[in-house]
Design a protein around this ligand. Sequence first.
Ligand SMILES: [Zn+2]
Length: 147
Amino acid sequence: MESIPCAGCSIFFIPRNKCQTFCSKPGCQRVRKTLWQRQKLATDPEYEEGQHLAQNKWLQNNPDYWKDYRSGHPEQADRNRSLQKIRNMKNRQDQTVCKLSKTIGIAKMDARKHREYNLSGEYWLVPTVAKMDAVKIFITSVPVDST
Ligand SMILES: [Zn+2]
């Protein structure tokens, strides 16, 4: 059979059959399985239910897992906390906009007034298109020089 580029690493390999698109390297097989599972979860409610049951059972048998993880990975725990705050804020904002638009019949209300919020603080810059790590930044307001 003719060699083809692997869908994971792009290195040419000889597939065992016409359906094989990933080479046998562990990293590429992991990517293949992740994609398969993501697709399966999106299309098979029984599989999704089974995965939730298995995860809950595993968590019951390993109750300290997340506590240990957070104490062993403080940077990731901090990042996850920040990302959850962003998700919570977005959900709250969506609910507020939804309530407002139901009350006064406006579909879109995302205009923001200047200086209404103090934006100083630590933030995570989270890329939404390319897959890359989030970057922690610090934003502080600079007073306008009136002289
Ligand atoms: Zn590969």
